[in-house]
Design a protein around this ligand. Structure first.
Ligand SMILES: [Zn+2]
Length: 385
């Protein structure tokens, strides 16, 4: 069993673990971590209506501080297999580049974290000066129902306490070391409904047309900024994505009009304060003439931020030392499991370069695997110093 990052990554890539299949991927981690003395827990979570999914929690050490590496071994489908220049699940290396679905998102980074940990333990008598764990799910690219949220609840119920988390999502934009993600904006969706009174277009005084009214509300809610950004975030934005009346007739004033919107919001708001703000603006635009209401969708993507401090500084230094680059601290992009982990401990995301994630010919330079392993090793040395 060779335990360098490339060989672990190739073993992982050869498991076609398209969500919700595990296809042996967690077993690869179990073998390496088990051999190094980790206590391994394999957990299959279920929920009616959703596929069962496998997860893994492995820990070595019983004391704090406790650093956990989080990640997912599931991948998105390969797409057209003929479009790939290498089999998506063969783990081929050509000209110093590793190909395969999950190479950067995010089996490669998990392999680096495992290799760095094994090397750290080998150099430190087999035990950390604290605890190291791996919190790995097979349900990130899918519905995320039987993945990280349940894994975190399970861990909390047995008394696991995490001090810090590194999530190895492909955070870098162009080059290894250019970006750490410290948070994400929240996401909240709603449907605006305007109630009119149906009637004949020739007798508008006997009807109330919701179409101009919803146009006025859409304009009002779209025009006023929600905020002007904050120290770590761009400004929040509310975007209407559709207006629906569904009226097939030319001579009927419709009874109702609906419009759906999504808001990406920063730490100037909470979900509740944001709902109150939007509803107040709607009420103002309605006056006492327009009848409207909003139905909000349930959301599991609230805003979070890990404020820069000693932990983030330490990771920045580790990255700088290996790559010569000072990473940008960023909160852009879509959601990840960090939004769930943030409820339990400070979390940052740093992994490989994201350019080819979810694409045909997903790939990473082998040199990036080696350097990311050095960075994680550097983090471990500093964390337990
Ligand atoms: Zn990912």
């Amino acid at each position: 069993m060779t335990s360098d990052s490339l060989s672990i990554a190739r073993d992982l890539l050869r498991c076609p673990s398209v969500t919700p299949a595990d296809a042996g991927a967690l077993g690869v981690l179990e073998r390496h971590l088990g051999a190094a003395g980790f206590e391994i827990n394999r957990l299959t979570f279920s929920e009616p209506g959703w596929p069962d999914t496998d997860n893994l929690y492995a820990r070595i050490g019983t004391e704090g501080p406790h650093l956990t590496f989080a990640g997912h071994t599931d991948v998105v489908p390969a797409g057209d297999p003929l479009a790939w220049s290498h089999d998506a699940f063969a783990g081929d290396v050509k000209d110093g580049v590793l190909y395969g679905r999950g190479a950067v998102d995010m089996k490669g980074a998990i392999a680096c974290a495992v290799a760095a940990t094994l090397a750290y333990l080998a150099d430190n008598g087999g035990k950390p000066k604290g605890s190291i764990s791996f919190l790995i799910t097979g349900d990130e690219e899918g519905p995320a129902i039987n993945g990280t949220p349940k894994l975190l609840q399970w861990a909390a119920a047995r008394g696991e306490k995490f001090d810090h988390c590194v999530l190895g999502e492909p955070s870098n934009v162009e080059e290894l070391g250019d970006c750490i993600k410290l948070g994400r904006r929240g996401s909240l969706s709603g449907t605006l409904t305007v109630e009119g009174v149906q009637g004949h277009v020739a007798y508008p005084h006997r009807a109330a047309n919701p179409v101009p009214d919803i146009a006025a509300l859409v304009a009002a809610l779209s025009s006023e900024p929600l905020d002007h950004g904050s120290a770590h975030f761009q400004a929040s934005n509310l975007e209407f994505v559709t207006i629906d009346v569904g009226n097939p007739a030319w001579n009927v004033i419709p009874a109702q009009a609906k419009a759906r919107f999504n808001i990406r919001y920063n730490d100037c708001h909470t979900e509740e304060s944001l709902k109150a703000l939007v509803e107040a603006r709607m009420a103002k635009a309605c006056g006492n003439r327009i009848k409207a209401h909003i139905v909000w969708e349930p959301s599991n993507a609230s805003v979070f931020i890990t404020k820069p401090g000693p932990f983030t500084d330490m990771v920045v230094t580790a990255i700088e030392q290996v790559t010569g680059r000072k990473p940008d601290l960023n909160t852009g992009g879509g959601t990840s499991d960090a939004r769930f982990i943030a409820h339990y401990c400070p979390v940052l995301e740093f992994g490989l370069v994201g350019q080819t994630m979810h694409q045909i010919d997903e790939r990473t330079p082998v040199a990036d695997l080696e350097r990311l392993t050095q960075i994680y090793r550097n983090v471990l040395d500093r964390y337990f110093a």
